[in-house]
Design a protein around this ligand. Structure first.
Ligand code: PGA
Length: 261
């Protein structure tokens, strides 16, 4: 079976160039001298840094990703960046539909479906984010909302294209709050997402899809989250900017690989 484990850093709009350069160097040094060198880790950096981070990580198990692309392939969209552009600078992944973008940039399901299409055409693996707000959870609307977020965006794809996607479940109330969802809540949602994939496509595709959790992952809660059978890794924001934290989270995740096989 394809190994589903994956760790993704989301640097968001943090770090000036010199700091981004140093952070990358430290992460490279930390992963290439340990057993972590056998596992895939993606750094989703500001697009401006993709080429430099790609050069620094070239001979390692680190991959580079963008945090967003425009929903058109190219054209007169001053200030925007396309999937083809980030791919041509060395990225292999792109976060799509992060809740901060849905909220602050009013990204619609149609825009997200178009972004995913352009990512796939440009050989980028989309990391498609879904997740409910606290009001949805309190009103018992979590699964209705997730169903819609899946159906209107990534379930529109044919099976072969869907297989290139990574799903990230990020409850909005857990992002950047220091309060992660509890492992049982996360497992319940991940299991449900895998069942939806099986229904829409096939059990084989469901079993090989990587489903990440994101929202206040720290070294202190990583073990409990990654122990869950349907949690294949993490999308890490704040903790990915601190080398020691990030490496400890990576070690915790990839230690579960050998334990399970
Ligand atoms: P956080 O962010 O780890 O800081 O909560 C996660 C994310 O937004 O992807």
């Amino acid at each position: 079976m394809r190994e589903r484990k994956l760790l993704v850093a989301n640097w968001k709009m943090h770090l000036h160039f010199k700091d981004a350069f140093e952070l990358t160097q430290k992460i490279v040094a930390a992963v290439t001298t340990t057993p972590l060198q056998a596992y895939p880790i993606v750094l989703c950096v500001p697009s401006l840094y993709i080429e430099s981070v790609t050069n620094l990580t070239r001979y390692s198990n680190l991959f580079v990703g963008a945090q967003n692309v425009h929903h058109h392939e190219e054209g007169a969209f001053t200030g925007e960046i396309s999937a083809g552009m980030v791919s041509s600078c060395g990225a292999g992944y792109c976060i799509i539909g992060h809740s901060e973008r849905r909220e602050y940039f009013k990204e619609t399901p149609e825009m997200l479906a178009a972004k995913i299409h352009h990512c796939l055409t440009a050989d980028l693996h989309p990391i498609y984010c879904v997740g409910e707000k606290l009001t949805h959870r309190k009103a018992n609307h979590t699964f209705n909302l997730l169903e819609e977020q899946l159906a209107r965006v990534c379930f529109m794809l044919p099976e072969e294209a869907f297989q290139q996607i990574v799903i990230a479940y990020e409850p909005v109330w857990a992002i950047g709050t220091g309060q992660s969802a509890n492992p049982d809540q996360v497992q319940e949602v991940h299991r449900w997402i895998r069942q939806q994939i099986a229904k829409r496509y096939s059990s084989e595709t469901a079993e090989t899809t990587t489903i990440l959790y994101g929202g206040s992952i720290k070294s202190g809660n990583a073990e409990a989250l990654f122990r869950m059978p349907d949690v294949d890794g993490g999308l890490v924001g704040g903790s990915s900017l601190i080398v020691r934290e990030f490496i400890e989270i990576a070690s915790t995740l990839f230690a579960t690989v050998n334990r399970r096989v």
